[in-house]
Design a binder for this molecule. Structure first.
Ligand SMILES: [Zn+2]
Length: 479
């Protein structure tokens, strides 16, 4: 394990991320494949590689929005325009083609907005009156979905006038107008969603402060829906998308039972990390998640060396691009190589190489037992409760103390999420966050290989027991 991890977390791999000068992510994939092969895993897909198609999105320069009155005078011209999605285009619209929907609460999305430019305030009436109105995608996304169903030409979000909109804008600008990646998806005809400063809405309503007044009225239950008069809006927005390819590595040990071999236990770990920092420092990600990557190689070797293979087949899935959006695991569950209905468990490992040090202040919130050398975070969903029993009884055999107290929000914290959401029983093993988490100090020198070995032993025993169970039954309700 040390030999593998020393290579995978060396500077020469440049932090295993897309887009680095040396293609370290691809080198890591080649390395994992070569070792999966020499460990005796059969290819789960042709040549072990499942292609993961992504797009990289870069914002365009020269985006703008302008508001012109009916005499042709430009009332506002601004480059402060953020595109929330991937689309590009130019829009021209005037008068009643532009419609203000207040905060787009349930009862204000009743009007006909087909083909119109819809102007919506971020946040809710309550938060607006309390002047607590930072941007929250959790609040805005459902609005976007509801308005989109009514086929508007565009949705323009206005930042609230009574907060420091300028700070809010630059934060969103940095976040959304960076180079980003997403899974390649079939082109949808969704309307563009844009974010602008409150001045734009003032210009549409005819003067400074008018938007604030309008929103205050809306929040206090007055008129919500307003069409614009004597104003025209022009805007240009967009981004450049380019296809990028990444890959998952998939190996398999075929089960020994003629029937049950068509069911699968999946071991998973992401092998990507954070790349190179602006100052040229390499994020080596020895623990995150070189440790899980290497643990899987070890577990694979244990299974291939068995003379009598377990009844069910065991799949080893090294997924890509977790750090930038869990794309590899998402792609796999969207395009499963082995049917999800036949997948009985997914055991994910994300960071299993550290033991507590006093400088890991982040652990102070952790339950005491995980700080012990024997402690291990064990996260299960409740699709098939027996999985936790199997895990716990094998922990006992090895002298490990499982901590199953992580709150359910951790079901979204790593790749296991995409299996969880498909109603598959999951376990996630981790030795926990530490002072070097997502820092350049996440180096191989700080790894406890003894701990990793114990987690590998546990993975083997748990996988073996699940794969040999006579019958596994549970309800595959999607989450
Ligand atoms: Zn990770």
């Amino acid at each position: 394990m040390k030999r593998h991890l020393t290579f995978l977390s060396s500077d020469s791999l440049q932090g295993r991320k897309l887009g680095t000068e040396v293609p370290g992510l691809d080198i890591a994939a080649d390395y994992i494949r070569a070792n999966a092969k020499s460990n005796g895993l059969n290819p789960g897909v042709e040549n072990y590689f499942q292609k993961v198609s992504l797009v990289s999105v870069k914002p365009n320069e020269n985006n703008f929005i302008e508001v012109i009155d009916n005499r042709g005078t430009v009332r506002l011209w601004s480059e402060k325009l953020i595109s929330y999605g991937k689309s590009s285009g130019e829009i021209e619209m005037q008068n009643e083609g532009i419609i203000l929907l207040g905060f787009a609460t349930e009862d204000s999305i009743t009007t006909d907005v087909e083909g119109k430019v819809v102007v919506v305030s971020q946040s809710t009436p309550e938060l607006f009156l309390e002047k607590e109105t930072g941007w929250s995608s959790r609040l805005e996304r459902p609005k976007i979905e509801k308005i989109t169903k009514k086929n508007p030409k565009a949705i323009i979000f206005v930042l609230n006038p009574n907060i420091k909109a300028r700070n809010s804008f630059s934060m969103l600008d940095r976040w959304l107008n960076r180079e980003r990646y997403s899974l390649k998806s079939p082109a949808k005809n969704n309307p563009p969603v844009l974010i602008v400063m409150p001045e734009v809405a003032d210009a549409l309503l005819g003067g400074d402060g008018k938007y604030n007044k309008y929103l205050t009225g809306v929040a206090k239950g007055k008129k919500k829906i307003v069409s614009v008069k004597k104003r025209k809006v022009n805007l240009k927005f967009g981004s450049n998308s380019e296809p990028v390819e990444a890959k998952n590595i998939i190996g398999v040990v075929e089960g020994s039972d003629p029937v049950l071999k068509n069911e699968y236990v999946i071991f998973m770990a992401h092998y990507d990390h954070l790349g190179v920092g602006k100052d040229g420092d390499v994020y080596n990600g020895a623990d995150d998640n070189g440790s899980g990557t290497v643990t899987l190689l070890e577990v694979a070797e244990a299974f291939t060396s068995l003379e009598q293979k377990p009844k069910r087949s065991i799949v080893f899935l090294w997924v890509t691009c977790e750090e930038i959006g869990m794309f590899g695991s998402n792609y796999y569950t969207d395009n499963p190589v082995f049917p999800l209905e036949k997948t009985v468990a997914c055991i994910n490992i994300d960071m299993d190489g550290r033991v507590y040090e006093p400088r890991d202040s982040v652990w102070n919130k952790s339950p005491k037992k995980v700080k012990d050398f024997d402690g291990l975070f064990t996260l299960c969903n409740n699709v098939w409760p027996e999985i936790e029993e199997i895990s716990n009884s094998n922990c006992e055999k090895l002298g490990l103390i499982p901590d199953c107290s992580l709150p359910s929000k951790f079901l979204r914290s790593s790749d296991h999420y995409h299996f969880h959401k498909n109603g598959i029983p999951i376990i996630n093993y981790a030795t926990g966050y530490h002072a070097d988490y997502h820092k350049v100090g996440d180096e191989v020198s700080k790894i406890s290989f003894e701990k990793m070995k114990r987690v590998a032993d546990l993975c083997f025993l748990v996988g073996y027991e699940i794969a040999n169970r006579d019958e596994i039954e549970f309800d595959r309700e999607e989450n």
